[in-house]
Design a binder for this molecule. Structure first.
Ligand code: PGA
Length: 253
């Protein structure tokens, strides 16, 4: 089963339209000849349309950082899948730990968002991962199993991506060891097999996220079960992100 490597720049709540457009132009130019990797930008909502115009026809994808599950109506401040598609998105981050922590998104909310994303033919990138306390208590795999069972309830089709993002590794400069990422990704793929069957499990791309940099990208991507990277801080500079894209390009797994 071939899985094309994928690298996502999660800009979080950063950049103005002008900065985003400049970055997208520069990135587009710098990675235009790189084969064997898919690059995706995840800007905040007000930047989506402008970035989509710059990356159109380049193969660079566009992701939203979250979604609301209703299609339209009186939900002040929220954004629907309909609007995200209209703005040029093909992907949506769902259940990022910052959404879980600061905006009280639990596994049930994640599940509604996954369904809404798929209903609009957008690809969800479902984030899972343990926090430091859970890790210290040896609960990593149990936490992830529960996040997947509940977050992916009634999701039987393929077409989604998963991102393993240990909360303690996000923005701390302390990435997980590559062999540990491999172990957890292997567990995630097995769990996926139980939930969605062997074919879906084999084709699902599982990304790692948490303090990824141009320096550690290659060793993380060298692990057979690491199909991609979700990059926060190091994605804010186009040349750093471009290097991570380059280092992640390789033959499909
Ligand atoms: P980081 O963030 O690369 O800054 O650790 C990753 C993420 O939150 O997706």
């Amino acid at each position: 089963m071939m899985r094309m490597p994928v690298v996502i720049a999660n800009w979080k709540m950063n950049k103005t339209i002008g900065e985003a457009v400049e970055y997208a132009h520069l990135l587009r130019g710098s990675i235009k000849d790189i084969q064997g990797v898919e690059a995706i930008l995840a800007p905040s909502f007000p930047l989506l349309r402008a970035v989509s115009e710059v990356v159109e026809g380049s193969g660079i994808g566009l992701a939203a950082q979250t979604i609301y599950w209703e299609d339209r109506g009186a939900y002040t401040g929220e954004i629907s899948g309909l609007q995200l598609r209209d703005a040029g998105c093909g992907y949506v981050l769902v259940g990022h730990s910052e959404r879980r922590r600061y905006f009280a998104e639990d596994n049930q909310v994640v599940n509604r968002k996954v369904h809404a994303t798929l209903r609009h033919q957008l690809i969800p990138v479902v984030c899972v991962g343990e926090d430091l306390r859970e890790r210290e208590l040896g609960k990593t795999l149990g936490v992830i199993a529960e996040q997947m069972e509940q977050g992916l309830a009634q999701v039987d089709a393929g077409g989604l991506m998963l991102a393993y993002e240990p909360v303690w590794a996000i923005g701390t400069g302390e990435a997980v060891k590559p062999e540990e990422a491999q172990e957890v990704h292997h567990f995630i793929r097995n769990k996926m097999e139980t939930l969605c069957g062997p074919e879906v499990a084999a084709s699902t791309r599982i990304l790692y996220g948490g303090s990824v940099t141009p320096d550690n990208a290659s060793t993380l991507m060298a692990e057979p079960e690491v199909d991609g990277l979700l990059v926060g801080g190091a994605s804010l500079k186009w040349d750093d992100f471009s290097q991570i894209v380059l280092k992640s390009a390789r033959s499909e797994k």
